[in-house]
Design a protein around this ligand. Structure first.
Ligand code: AMP
Length: 282
């Protein structure tokens, strides 16, 4: 089947009227698609009869000094990737058609989940994500929606919104796709030089240090975090923004590692902000 492309919620809604009997898998993205996105699409393809991908560089989730204008946009390439991956529908709404204006009703996730990790420096970011994801879920009304564990805070917040607002969709978390170096694939990796990319491998390397320590029986977060910081220190170009050990569901700091924990890092290399995390099972 050919890839259908729609640019407004009403066009998509019209199309979906005659496709509601299918099982719908939905993959929301901001475009600049890479193999990480593709793994979500492949899973959606496998588990549903109709696959919808959205591309929307959501202005609400960018702060005033962030990279909204520079964010990579490559629609023709993205469209080819979607065609090859067997996507049925590509939804590329315009900001106007998504109602982006000052008077837009917003979805506010619980502050306890947005105050730490990325929310510490990205004020309003998760409100912007929550608002647009809720709108997209209401527009598409998929059976399943696919999100990457790479954005672990986003995934936890979306799960909470879906539960709290009784949205009728299964949220499927998908594991992080990485380059051979361990660097998590990200649209923002395009900003990095080859040297920067090689240096960024320190992020995953340092997360693995935490895993090794926990496996050896360490339960004390300061000891675990210290080992991570030491590894990060081997690449002085990496400027750490945060390093936190939290509960994967509530995102609250944990005092003893006596259950699964999420260890998450954000920082900059060559002024590009990168995030990564792993969940360590106990
Ligand atoms: P983005 O376009 O960055 O908003 O990402 C769209 C979706 O793809 C989100 O659910 C991300 O968590 C997910 N994603 C991004 N990078 C990866 C990756 N390396 N592996 C798996 N999923 C990813």
């Amino acid at each position: 089947m050919d890839l259908a492309i729609f640019t407004t919620p009403s066009e998509l809604g019209h199309y979906l009227q005659s496709h509601r009997s299918q099982s719908i898998g939905f993959v929301p993205t901001m475009g600049a698609l890479h193999v990480g996105h593709q793994s979500l699409i492949d899973r959606a393809r496998h588990e549903n009869t109709l696959v919808i991908v959205s591309i929307f560089v959501n202005p609400l989730q960018f702060g005033p000094n962030e990279d909204l204008d520079q964010y990579p946009r490559q629609l023709e390439i993205d469209r080819a990737i979607c065609e090859t991956a067997g996507v049925d529908v590509l939804f590329i709404p315009t900001p106007e058609s998504m109602g982006i204006r000052d008077t837009l009703t917003q979805v506010i996730p619980p502050p306890m989940m947005t105050s730490g990790l990325c929310g510490r420096t990205r004020t309003g970011h998760f409100q912007g994500v929550a608002t647009i994801v809720t709108k997209l879920l209401n527009i598409v009304q998929p059976d399943r929606a696919y999100f990457g564990e790479k954005d672990a805070q986003q995934l936890a917040i979306i799960r909470k919104i879906v539960a709290d607002l009784n949205l009728p969709v299964d949220i499927i978390g998908c594991s992080t796709l990485r380059a051979d170096s361990g660097l998590a694939h990200s649209s923002r990796n395009q900003y990095l030089s080859p040297t920067g990319k090689a240096q960024s491998a320190v992020i995953y390397r340092s997360l693995k240090q935490a895993q090794v320590l926990v496996a050896s029986g360490e339960t004390h977060p300061p000891a675990i975090l210290a080992a991570v910081v030491t590894e990060l220190g081997t690449v002085p170009e990496f400027q750490l923004e945060y390093l936190e050990l939290v509960d994967p569901e509530t995102l609250q700091l944990i005092e003893v590692v006596d259950r699964s924990v999420l260890i998450a890092i954000a920082g900059r290399i060559e002024n590009t902000r990168l995030i990564d995390n792993i969940t360590i099972d106990k």
